[in-house]
Design a protein around this ligand. Structure first.
Ligand SMILES: Cc1cc2nc3c(=O)[nH]c(=O)nc-3n(C[C@H](O)[C@H](O)[C@H](O)COP(=O)(O)O)c2cc1C
Length: 132
């Protein structure tokens, strides 16, 4: 199994009247496909930026990441880190979500500007926002 973390610039805005509808649609897609592909993880949103941890079978995660990169709902997708894992950190979440009004900007501060932060530190910080 692998765990993959990336960030991107989202085109789904909290200020938009369609925010909840658009996020609900996106998360519903995640739930359906992730269960089938045995992918778990967490999706974070802050100030228009996404950060996501995808964990699961190597090929499932790599294929999913390739599909996500092509998704027009965001751009500037940057791979932060990939590592092989023996155990999941978000095993009970097909895709956890944390975003406004919860402020997760400190996680984004961890990766700027050089993206040299340790994989596990980001995962631990994201996990701290939810119960897992
Ligand atoms: C920020 C972001 C994160 C996404 N995360 C997932 C995910 O975890 N699982 C998933 O199935 N789709 C995710 N998607 C949606 C995929 O890009 C894609 O639209 C979805 O899997 C449906 O693909 P399909 O129409 O080829 O089945 C995400 C999209 C965005 C913009």
């Amino acid at each position: 199994m692998i765990s993959l973390i990336y960030s991107s610039q989202g085109l789904i805005f909290y200020q938009s009247p369609f925010y909840f509808q658009r996020m609900a649609t996106l998360l519903a897609q995640c739930f359906d496909k992730n269960v089938k592909l045995r992918i778990t993880g967490i999706l974070g949103l802050s100030n228009g930026r996404f950060m996501q941890v995808l964990e699961g079978p190597t090929h499932s995660v790599e294929d999913m990441f390739a599909a996500i990169c092509r998704d027009p709902r965001h751009f500037d997708v940057r791979l932060i880190s990939t590592r092989s894992i023996a155990e999941r950190r978000f095993g009970s979440w097909s895709m956890a979500f944390v975003g406004p009004p919860v402020n997760i900007e400190p996680v984004f501060d961890m990766i700027d500007p050089k993206m040299t932060v340790a994989h596990e530190d980001i995962v631990t910080r994201l996990a701290s926002y939810i119960r897992c």
